[in-house]
Design a binder for this molecule. Sequence first.
Ligand SMILES: *Cc1c(COP(=O)(O)O)cnc(C)c1O
Length: 241
Amino acid sequence: MAAAARRTGRDPAEVTLVAVSKTHPLETILQAVELGVRHFGENRIEEALPKLPAVQTRIASVSPAIIWHMIGHVQSRKADDVADLFDWVHSVDSLKLAERLDRFAGRRGRTLNVLLEFNVSGEASKYGFSANPDSIRDDVLDEVAAIAELPHLQLDGLMTMAPLVAEAEQARPVFRALRALRDRLGQRFPQCSWRHLSMGMTDDFEVAIEEGATLVRIGRAIFGERRSANGEPPPLRGEGR
Ligand SMILES: *Cc1c(COP(=O)(O)O)cnc(C)c1O
């Protein structure tokens, strides 16, 4: 990560590692905490519901505290639990979801950091607002404007998932496009910080950092292949993302 940052003249401290602990057990997370990792990403609320409180109980006094990032698609009806357990939500992909997260965060007296997920590659299988950097649709701009006003959400930037490609280099245009989108939205809505770009995973994080990532979401490169909850072999690449 540091080498990739330096290659483009960036300060490595600008890039935060979010260790993606999905499918891995409590003990694995505790080991990573011991090694100094503080940011963890999970993608399913069903898995996070028992796991996050269990980790918190075991490391109640760790300082600085652990920051939990929801990185997977969130159904609106799960917003209450997400607002309870997580500090960041990278995957805000509708005004409806944002409004529900805002309401539940408000009830708990919390503010959530949120990122808007954009489907830059245009793949039908991916979640997120659709846009290309040259023309953001009016209906998307209207939703962003409304999200920016929500009092218990702090809109801090954008997130994307690159398509599965053979070479990391092939993902570069997607990362570049997300940064361009962020710059456009920053001009349009200067009241938000837009300081974060969540992009880059095990296979492509170096390219993402070269293109401006501030949060990289890395699972397999840290924890190895994913485990499945039911003891089956780990999922094939690309599944369960
Ligand atoms: C699983 C997941 C990751 C991590 O993927 P790796 O290839 O294991 O690094 C990153 N982002 C999201 C949204 C994920 O679901």
